[in-house]
Design a protein around this ligand. Structure first.
Ligand code: B12
Length: 221
């Protein structure tokens, strides 16, 4: 198969949620020397975008979304070590979780992989993370940055709930807060008082590094 055929196949088979075939095509792409990033950004992610568009139009329902998501996640597990392959030293600690009420984790997992690739130590709390769980994990792990991921307009308000919980626990000044997820915007991030927002995984890495630099250059009072 040509690289174009592999990308088209990955796109089509992710769309219909054919997980075994998606994994086979991922293997085949890698075996022919294609970059893991190419498989991800030129086929897998565009396919999930199309899944979302079809769901919005009413052509797809939750089960279709679920099997497409699973097919994508299977390929991502295969690509994870390749994307995260790095010789660099740990540059900072990043605590990440999807907010309470929300089970979307593909975007979050991708961000984690890219952060690991850039040298961050990532602690992933998973999905449906309640404010008090973020608080106790921050106390336990003392991360430089905490990230809240939300994919629904109905769960985005959890950002504010999390921020309030951090304030109450006296942790707000000790940790940098980043927010993200499909419906999140810079305006929304500003409105809840987050320190940073990024629209995708590579922008997250850039922003996280910049915020870390800023944090470390601040002289403690
Ligand atoms: C797959 C999927 C599902 C799967 C999730 C599987 C999983 N394990 O994640 C399942 C089937 C479970 C699901 C369920 C639902 N879903 Co859904 N889902 C999607 C879909 C198709 C893809 C999401 C995805 O993974 N994209 C791929 C990643 C790579 O995308 P990404 O957003 O670009 O992620 C990047 C950024 O957001 C950013 N980022 C992410 N997290 C973070 C965190 C930080 C700190 C930072 C800085 C950056 C960052 O970096 C990521 C990587 O580049 C989207 C449609 C879409 N296009 O977003 C709908 C979508 C998010 N779902 C939607 C809905 C409505 C639902 C349901 C309510 C449906 C229902 N009626 O039950 C339920 C809710 C369940 C719940 N309580 O959470 C809507 C949300 C609408 C809204 N505005 O609120 C969407 C937008 C579909 C649509 N177009 O209507 N869903």
């Amino acid at each position: 198969m040509t690289p174009e055929e592999i990308l088209q196949g990955l796109y089509d088979e992710t769309l219909v949620g054919n997980a075994p075939r998606v994994l086979e095509l991922t293997e085949e792409g890698l075996a022919t020397g294609m970059e893991p990033q190419t498989l991800l950004f030129d086929a897998l992610i565009p396919s999930l975008e199309e899944v979302g568009a079809r769901f919005e139009r009413g052509d797809f329902f939750v089960p279709e979304m679920l099997i497409a998501g699973r097919a994508m996640a299977g390929a991502m597990e295969r690509l994870r070590p390749l994307l995260a392959e790095t010789g660099v030293q740990t540059i900072g600690k990043f605590l990440m979780g999807t907010v309470k009420g929300d089970v979307h984790d593909i975007g979050k997992n991708l961000v984690n992989i890219m952060l690991e690739g850039a040298g961050f130590e990532v602690i992933d709390l998973g999905v449906q993370v309640a404010p008090e769980k973020f608080v106790s994990a921050i106390q336990e792990h003392q991360p430089d940055i905490v990230g809240f991921s939300a994919f629904l307009t109905t769960t985005m308000p959890m950002f504010k709930a999390n921020m309030n919980a951090l304030e109450k626990a006296g942790l707000r000044d000790s940790v940098v807060v980043m927010v993200g997820g499909a419906p999140v915007t810079q305006e929304y991030a500003d409105a809840v008082g987050a320190d940073g927002y990024a629209a995708d995984a590579s922008a997250t890495v850039k922003k996280a590094k910049a915020l870390l630099h800023e944090k470390r250059s601040k002289v403690p009072a």
